[in-house]
Write a protein that binds this ligand. Structure first.
Ligand code: F6P
Length: 553
């Protein structure tokens, strides 16, 4: 193995490389046989969550070395920098102070404005929930449509879905994000202009998808209502107050946020308005409280007992020393269906980087591909590859132990499946077990010899299990904060900035002249066909051939 620059930077890296060689024959089942106490040793409780990480390819020495690595990366200082508002986002010269939003004691640069905003948010929430906020014909609000994308969509949408059992029955929440007109159309067909409130959520208020969808929603409303209806049917959350008022939304209906709240870390701000409207301000506060409990743990616990630090370091262990390319997230709760989607932005937009904080190209891998779906659907889809495929994919199982549903028996099946999956990944199935089973079924020796290799499951595949007592606002807040901090821990060891996302910009820039070309407009930035590569030119031509008559619609 060639050592990356991290090996030169951190003495513990070299030790971990050597240690990995010692673990080449490590067997998880044998480790449990020799040390049944490893289930207790490799387990940690924080903020109402239990992490069982005993089914990992680690020994106590691994953990010690990983903690040494964290020390050498000055993680303690980096955690303090994050939580005290140092400009950890160094390319944009900003703090990433989302943790301040969930800490009632925190003195952030805009503490007074934060407090006032939460008070205004609460007034808005109560007025809507109690039926005091009326639409232009005097009807109460029955449907909320959040128009936003990325962090202004994924977080609130995931939480609203997760907290469905806490939703006020008389209020439905919809989310529109995609610029594809069928998305907004699909939602508008389900709601009525007299009783719908649109939330335009955009930190910058420049995001194409959000602006186009907001314009479409406004046009739709004004088809059915007088011009002054906009003030009763549109609110916004943004840093760009002027742009929002130019769009036509009343100043009184705008809740601000601040540049120190990153898009993918913004659900704790007024971007969480749909959550607060759906579940009530008290539940929104409990969500913040749960996240704050995880923040406290993150800032205070020793590395060897620090849940986000352990998850982050295990990810690094597998990425670098076991060459894992991806990480599966498998929630065993239908309400957490959107959790993997949410984590994709959180993790991949944060740590999908190839230069370090100084802008130097790096020679090691950074953020893994995050993917997954809710159990047991994944079991009948991609788990085959987890069990018998050639790729090495560590997985996180997330499971609440109590359900809000009355059908406890069906829930027991769900939990049994969750536990059996991590067990199967670890234990696999040996040649002897299979041969004995097939012989008992009466198969011939020839049949047994043929089938056995197909049925062998090697096992020894690692996973974490996260247990929540129940999926409630507090435990969900803690779970989200746990992953936010895991991502930060990894960025510190990799010496990258987790809080910018320059890579997203190029596609946005290129789409503008292409839009002009698709509109068939001459003299655009795409001067004549020759400024385009041959493939893109052919794609544009195909579009134009199929749309020549309706370019202005
Ligand atoms: O996808 C890029 C991005 O900049 C995200 O970081 C952000 O969450 C999203 O766009 C939406 O941005 P805005 O809230 O400014 O509309």
């Amino acid at each position: 193995m060639t050592t990356s620059s991290l090996g030169k930077l951190y003495p513990a890296w070299r030790k971990l490389e050597k240690h990995k060689e010692e673990l080449l024959r490590f067997n998880l089942c044998a480790a449990f046989d020799c040390h049944p106490e490893r289930a207790d040793i490799f387990s940690v409780d924080a903020a109402g969550i239990t992490l069982d990480y005993s089914k990992n390819l680690i020994t106590e020495k691994t953990l010690t070395l990983l903690c040494e690595l964290a020390d050498q990366a000055n993680l303690k200082t980096a955690i303090n920098d994050l939580l005290t508002g140092k400009p950890v986002n160094n390319t944009e010269k900003r703090p990433a102070l989302h943790t301040a939003l969930r800490d009632p004691q925190h003195n952030c640069p805009d503490s007074e404005a934060v407090r006032t905003t939460f008070v205004r948010m609460e007034q808005m929430v109560n007025a809507i929930r109690e039926g005091d906020w009326l639409g232009h014909t005097g009807q109460r609000i029955s449907d909320i449509v959040n128009i936003g994308i990325g962090g202004s969509d994924l977080g609130p949408k995931m939480v609203c879905h997760a907290l469905e059992p806490y939703r006020l029955d008389t209020l439905k929440c919809h989310f529109v994000s995609n610029v594809d007109p069928s998305h907004i159309d699909e939602v508008l067909r389900q709601v009525k202009p007299e009783s719908t409130l649109f939330i335009v959520a955009s930190k910058t208020f420049t995001t194409l998808e959000t602006l186009k969808n907001a314009e479409a929603a406004k046009r739709w409303l004004l088809l059915h209502a007088p011009g002054n209806a906009v003030e009763k049917h549109f609110v916004a959350v943004s840093t760009a107050i002027d742009k929002v008022t130019d769009f036509g939304i009343d100043k009184e209906n705008i809740l601000p946020l601040w540049d120190w709240v990153g898009g993918r870390y913004s659900l704790w701000s007024a971007i969480g308005l749909p959550i607060a409207i759906a579940t009530g301000m008290e539940n929104f506060r409990l969500l913040l409280k749960g996240a704050n409990a995880m923040d406290q743990h993150f800032s205070q616990a020793n590395f060897s007992g620090n849940m986000p630090v352990i998850l982050g370091l295990l990810g690094i262990w597998y990425s670098h020393f076991w060459q894992a390319q991806s990480h599966a997230v498998l929630p065993y709760d239908h309400q957490l269906t959107l959790f993997p989607d949410y984590l994709q932005q959180l993790d991949m937009e944060s740590n999908g980087k190839s230069v370090n904080r100084n802008g130097e190209a790096i020679d090691y891998t950074t953020g893994p591909v995050i993917w997954g779906t809710e159990g047991t659907n994944g079991q009948h889809s991609f788990h085959q590859l987890l069990h018998q495929g050639t790729r090495f994919i560590p997985a996180d199982f997330v499971v609440p132990l109590q359900t809000h549903m009355s059908n406890k028996d069906q829930h027991r099946h769900l939990v049994a499946n969750c536990f059996s999956q991590s067990q199967a990944l670890m234990a696999g199935k040996t040649r002897i077990q299979i041969e004995t089973e097939l012989a008992a079924q009466g198969l011939t020796k020839q049949q047994i010899d043929f089938l056995t290799p197909h049925k062998i499951i090697t096992g020894n595949r690692p996973s974490n299990t996260l247990l929540l007592k129940t999926l409630c606002p507090e435990s969900l807040g803690a779970l989200i904060a746990l992953y936010e901090h895991k991502v930060y821990v990894q960025s510190v060891v990799w010496n990258i900035n987790a809080f910018d996302q320059w890579g997203v910009e190029l596609g946005k820039q290129l789409s503008k002249p292409l839009y002009e070309a698709l509109s068939g407009r001459p003299n655009t930035q795409i001067k004549a066909d020759d400024s385009l590569d041959a493939s893109t030119r052919k794609l544009v031509k195909a579009y134009l051939q199929n749309n020549h008559s309706d370019q202005n619609s």
